[in-house]
Design a protein around this ligand. Structure first.
Ligand code: DX5
Ligand code: ZN
Length: 216
């Protein structure tokens, strides 16, 4: 299995964003995880497509866009045509999940579906064939720096079993409270893409990413 590390720039130093993206270029990570929040699906707002376009100009890594927004189909086109490399939407936020995933794929962008901690993992099962990745949230979405919820591990196990049973090639991403301990638990449960904000950006990004890589 291919293991991927996706530092979340929510935890980066926003007053020096260009430099932070350059640090990500230099680190042994696979994606830039880009958290979009609308103040409605989650309490806070973060950043939108304009800043993503600028990140894209500097980044040598694919941009993994995590849309924590209500009715995300409205924003799919602008992200898809502005350089998003993967677009994740929340099952809880879509008026029509099939239509939203189809619309992402229409732009030749891989589609991913996410579930919050209280949403059963089986919610994503009908859509697995359309998804390149499923994102299991291991915290309530909306803030960096929260503690990992161990309930996510059972969801990852059940999902990996179902993906294997169907013979599909779908990545399982986990997001929230991922550090040097929880990354190992998630890997053992069957996840292969690891989002990490505070644990990677606190201190030296390249050294932290290398330390996480050594555990995979
Ligand atoms: C939380 C975001 C995460 C967040 C992760 O809602 O989706 O991507 O940045 O941050 P940590 O790793 O600090 O929990
Ligand atoms: Zn995220």
């Amino acid at each position: 299995m291919e293991y991927k590390i996706a530092p979340s720039i929510l935890s980066a130093d926003w007053l020096n964003l260009g430099r932070e993206v350059e640090k990500m270029n230099e680190a042994d990570c696979d994606y830039v995880h880009y958290d979009v929040m609308d103040g409605k699906f989650v309490p806070e707002m973060s950043f939108g497509v304009t800043i993503m376009r600028n990140v894209k100009k500097v980044s040598t890594k694919p941009i993994d866009v995590h849309l924590m927004i209500e009715d995300p189909i409205r924003n799919v086109k602008s992200f898809a045509t502005s350089g998003a490399d993967i677009i994740t939407v929340h099952a809880e936020a879509c008026a029509d999940i099939d239509e939203t995933l189809d619309y992402i794929r229409y732009f030749n962008v891989p589609a991913a579906l996410s579930v919050k901690p209280k949403t059963p993992v089986e919610t994503v099962f009908p859509y697995l064939e359309k998804c390149s990745m499923i994102l299991i949230m291991s915290v309530e979405p909306g803030f960096g720096g929260q503690a990992f919820m161990p309930e996510a591990l059972e969801k990852i196990r059940i999902l990996r079993e179902e993906i294997t049973r169907r013979g599909l090639d779908v990545d399982i991403e986990v997001d929230g409270g991922i550090n040097m301990e929880t990354v190992v638990l998630c890997k053992e449960a069957g996840a292969n893409v690891f989002v990490s904000g505070s644990a990677l950006f606190k201190g030296d990004l390249a050294a932290n990413t290398a330390a996480m890589r050594a555990l995979l």
